[in-house]
Ligand binder design. Sequence first.
Ligand code: PBG
Length: 324
Amino acid sequence: MLDLKSRPRRLRKNEIIRNLVQETHLHPAQFIAPVFIHDGKESQIKINSMPGIYQFSLDGALKHIEELKENEINSIIIFGIPNKKDSHATSAWDENGIIQKANRKIKENFPDILLINDTCLCEYMDHGHCGVIHNSEIINDPTLEILQKTAISQAASGADIIAPSGMMDGVIKSIRSALDENDFQDIALMSYAVKYASAFYGPFREAAESTPQFGDRKTYQMNPANKREAIREALIDEKEGADIIMVKPALPYLDIISAVKEKVNLPIAAYNVSGEYSMLVAAAQNGWIDENKAIIEMLTGIKRAGADIIISYFAKDIARILKS
Ligand code: PBG
C-alpha cells in the first residue's frame, strides 16, 4: 500500500456522496428564457438556425409562456420583430409597437411573470445597427435619446426590468434618469455591460431579423481579446445605477464572468447566446454528443464561473433535464 495522505476518490465513491459534496447547483429559478415575438398572425414560425426555437405571434407567445411556467421558468426576456423598420427605430418606442403590445398582453394574462425587455434599436432600424447613423457612423448621444423614449414606453406598458443591450456610452445613466423622472424608479436595469462583438450571435440575427446591413458592430461592442476593459465597463455601469450586470456571450468568456464577479457587488447575469445553443443542438442532432448531459455541463460551467443568473434558450429544458 502507498502511504497516501490524500485520496480525493473517497468522495466520489457513489452518487450520494458525490451529491453531498457537489459545489454548484442549477435551479430553474436562476434562468431567464428569451422569447421572440413577431407582429403577425402565424402562431409559431421556425428559426432554421435554432432548432426548437420559434418566433411567436402574441397568442403563440402566451401559450409558450404557459409552458415555461409549467417548467418552473418564471422570468422571460422578450425580443420584438416589428412589421416596420426605419432609420429612427420609431416602432421601438411606439405605444402600439410589438413589444408594447406584448407587454400589455403578457401582464394581463400572467401578472406575476418577471417580464424583461431588451432595450436596443437594431431590430427596429432599417440598417440593422444598434444606433442612429450619421455619415456611416453610429453616433452615441442621439441614440441615447431614442433609447430613453423606448425604455419609458416599455416600462409604461408593463416591463419589470429594462435591459439595454446596445453598448452605447452612458446608457445606464440616461435611462435611469429618464425612468426616475417618469415615476418608474422601481423598474430595475439589467445592463448588458460587458458585451463582446461575437460571431456567436449569428443565429439570433436570423431569429430577430437584425443583421447589420453594412459593416459590423465593432465600434460599440467589445473586442473579444480584452479583459481589463470588461472590468472597466462593469464598474462604469455599476456607478451609473445598474441593478444587474451582464456578460455576453457566456461560454467563450468564463474568465470574464469570474473576473467581473470579483469586482462588482451586483448580481451577475450571463447570456448563453444563440450560437452556443445552436452548436450544441447541431452536434446532438448528428449524434456526436449527448444533448442533455452537454446542456447541464455547459450551464453548470457558466454557473461555476460566477453567474448568478443565466439567460438561455435551454431554460425551457432545464426543469425537465434536472428531473430526469
Ligand atoms: C440586440 C441583441 C443581440 C443579442 C441580444 N440582444 C444581437 C446583437 O448584438 O447582434 C444576441 C443574443 C443571442 O445571440 O442569443 N443588440
